[in-house]
Design a protein around this ligand. Structure first.
Ligand code: CU
Length: 465
């Protein structure tokens, strides 16, 4: 007798594959891909006082890093031009933030304390600006709804803070903020109200187009080629997805195809082939409903506006879970409340034949330039992407960003057009991927986007929303 295979057993080339669970010492509530391809993460509650950890995907080893000196749980984080991680605020108690800020240097594994911010910030968002400064927005000071209303700009050159005194505004915590092609910052939610922040001088806010659905609390939003895509979220959770193109004259939200299942507290991760992978979350009502876990992984392709169902993971990844794209093309799903483990997903593209190889690529790439990438696979390259290294917490990656680059094929190499300016590509480390006709990506090669001054495009080429 021959036993039938389970109905849902599908080939990894179709649905990808989750590897077995890795037990970790803390919940990876905050996780950042380092420029060296390792993952730095730190934990929730009192674990935020303890050592952050570093996981090496190549060896699976976990090491302890020095402590920051205060509780960095509930901080904001994004990368600077030189690859250091700016960590802003932290945890005194729930809804009570710290004013502390630090830099973590991933190359030396050391912390540098910065001057305190203007006040406490519990759940702030960091957004890296075209010149390498960082805008820090929101976070609670001393109780529920007591938001820090003065955005602050971290001046990278002097390691000091500047208050945006004319941009006082109540913005919800962990706002979904994005640097737009016009050099302004777009606050995409989670509510229907959206706003533009002009970071020039002491700052000013302006109303943006209302989004369509309503409150997408604990839903992720991602930036892809000038567009912001907001996926699910809300309570009760929604499966709906909407998108806005920030590069057009009159940006407007529009619905995209919905996910196959409602989710909140999930993660959205940009993949080398220009798609978005959605993992985890809960389809149940309430804050973090572990009784209605979503294990199904699914993928959105902006080219076709279609979702594809992939295989399911094993562990509930809701509140305090994170997900990161690794240079080898796998996606790490980790953390969750009191969930001290991680899982690795290999997308279908890792089962579709040989990967294109990058023989050499420049370490530094200046916006507005062209550069050469040596590859024996030049003839079969179909797409070239840059993905800024991820830095994620609370269902929002403040650093990841996907840019599709134009290129021409040569003999043994391709010539790639760099992003036009630092509004499109804020400075710092990105993974460069070559993707072949089968959709198989190369290993991500880390390149550093440098700062080109006078990055602001002319008013004639971009809208002033
Ligand atoms: Cu939290």
């Amino acid at each position: 007798m021959v036993l039938a295979a389970p109905a849902q057993a599908q080939a990894p080339a179709e649905v990808g594959q989750w590897a077995s669970t890795m037990n970790w010492p803390i919940s990876a509530t905050h996780a950042s891909l380092q420029p060296d391809g390792k993952v730095m993460f730190f934990g929730e509650f009192d674990d935020g006082l303890g050592p952050p950890r570093r996981w090496d995907p190549a060896t699976n080893a976990i090491s302890s890093l020095p402590v920051a000196g205060y509780n960095i749980f509930c901080a904001g984080h994004s990368y600077l031009a030189d690859g250091k991680l700016l960590v802003t605020g932290g945890h005194l108690a729930s809804h009570e933030g710290l004013a502390d800020a630090s830099l973590f240097d991933p190359f030396t594994g050391t912390w540098t304390r910065l001057p305190d911010m203007n006040d406490g910030r519990w759940y702030p968002s960091n957004t890296t600006l075209p010149n390498g400064d960082v805008m820090v927005i929101s976070g609670e000071i001393d109780g529920v709804g007591d938001f820090n209303e003065i955005p602050q700009r971290y001046i990278a050159a002097t390691k000091t803070w500047k208050n945006l005194t004319t941009a006082k505004e109540e913005i919800p915590y962990y706002p979904r903020m994005f640097l737009a092609p016009n050099g302004k910052l777009y606050f995409a939610g989670p509510g229907r109200e959206t706003l533009w922040l002009d970071p020039a001088g002491t700052g000013s806010w302006k109303a943006g187009p209302k989004s369509l659905f309503g409150k997408r609390t604990y839903g992720p939003a991602v930036y892809m080629d000038g567009k912001v895509v907001f996926i699910g979220g809300g309570d009760p959770p929604t499966a709906t997805v909407e998108m806005i193109d920030l590069a057009v004259a009159a940006p407007k939200w529009q619905y995209m195809a919905p996910m196959s299942v409602k989710r909140r507290q999930h993660n959205a991760t940009l993949l080398p082939d220009g798609t978005v992978l959605v993992t985890g979350g809960s389809s149940g009502n309430g804050f973090d409903n572990a009784k209605k876990p979503v294990f199904l992984t699914e993928l959105w392709d902006p080219g076709t506006n279609k979702w594809t169902k992939f295989s399911s993971n094993k562990i509930y990844r809701g509140y305090h879970s994170t997900a990161l794209l690794l240079p080898d093309g796998r996606v790490l799903g980790a953390g969750g409340k009191n969930t001290k483990n991680g899982e690795l997903f290999s997308p279908p593209y890792l089962f579709k034949g040989a990967r294109p190889t990058v023989s050499s690529a420049p370490g530094d790439v200046a916006p507005g330039s062209t550069f050469t990438v040596s590859t024996p696979d030049a003839a079969r390259i179909k797409k070239v992407t840059l993905i800024a290294i991820g830095s994620v917490t609370h269902a929002f990656d403040m650093n990841q960003r996907l840019l599709t680059l134009n290129f021409t094929k040569g003999n043994g190499s391709i010539t790639v057009t760099a992003p036009s300016n630092n509004n499109v590509a804020p400075p710092g480390y990105y993974q460069l991927f070559l993707v072949n006709e089968q959709g198989v990506p190369s290993i991500g090669k880390m390149v550093k986007i440098t700062i080109v001054s006078a990055s602001s495009p002319s008013a004639a080429t971009l809208p002033d929303p």
